[in-house]
Design a protein around this ligand. Sequence first.
Ligand code: NAP
Length: 333
Amino acid sequence: MEVHMKTMKSIIYEKYGGPEVLQLMQSPIPEPGSGELLIKVNSSSVTAADWHLRKADPFMVRIANGFFKPKQTVLGQEFAGEVVKVGAGVTNYSAGDKVFGSTGMKTGAYAEYITVDENSVLGRSPKGIDQELLATVPIGAMTAQFFLSQGNLKSGSSVLVNGASGSVGSYAVQIAKAAGAHVTGICSTSNVEWVKEIGADTVIDYKTTDFTRSNQQYDIIFDTVGNLSFRKVRDHLTDEGHFISTAFNIGLMFGMMGNALRKGKKVFTGITKETKESLEEVTDMIRKGVLRPVIDRSYSMEEIQEAHRYVESGRKKGNVLLTIHKEGSYERS
Ligand SMILES: NC(=O)c1ccc[n+]([C@@H]2O[C@H](COP(=O)([O-])OP(=O)(O)OC[C@H]3O[C@@H](n4cnc5c(N)ncnc54)[C@H](OP(=O)(O)O)[C@@H]3O)[C@@H](O)[C@H]2O)c1
């Protein structure tokens, strides 16, 4: 039987809504086109972006992914797996290569197989690490790295990470620490010890302490939660300090426009620029042992609705893994 005759399991959503719109279905295994790879997906992840896309929340999602119903009906922006077939003209990969990467807004990784361009945000999986866990690295780590670099992270910087126990936050703690910064994390009581374990020098429990009531100043205040504003934090920034935020709202956009008029303190927000190069930098940190994926829970494809409910609660610690192929190999029968 030819590859294109075979079917695979994938999680499809044909309308925006709650976790119940996610349905496990059979669909054809795609064929790699010119310059593409067919990848057997061993694992994916369930991220904050996934539930935002599923619910079309914020409304802006509908502009990118279909006004009335989703255009891309399979979620999943991160994957780890193995190349099983290559399309015409592929030069950098061959069947058997272990890879991981991000599909970006193309999504599609909640499936047993995906096709990706060989020049997309994809890299060879580093050795010496549980390959399955790599599916939780690209978005969180590249986002942390992108935003921290906009904040002019360098050795000796003092960095405050709000939401240090989330995916972006936990990678930010590790990346800032690896750069030689002094890192303070903000999280709730139950995560304080864990945030110290992943590298924070100091941890503030937001349940008991409001950092804006102290006199402490930071070179970078990185908000991964979206409950801070420049106005609220500006007195807690050093003279050349940066307030950086993944929240990407109008207030922050105005704050950023004001950078040209303002001396010293700067604001940055935006959308992560994911590149092959930044994935390679992250991979290098994994190889050196200064960055590791941190996993909270793992779910199977059958448990996808439960996984979404959990991630949407906003309480996950690090990352949530979606196991797709635990074992077994691709059959070319
Ligand atoms: N702009 C971009 O390009 C971009 C890229 C990636 C992600 N994002 C956005 O960045 C945000 C973070 O993503 P993520 O994947 O890191 O989210 P996440 O993993 O779902 O964040 C969950 C964490 O947030 C913490 N948290 C919740 N309320 C908090 C509070 N009031 N103060 C401090 N921490 C709090 C929780 O810690 P506790 O349980 O301890 O409270 C939990 O560990 C999301 O909104 C996502 O959409 C933006």
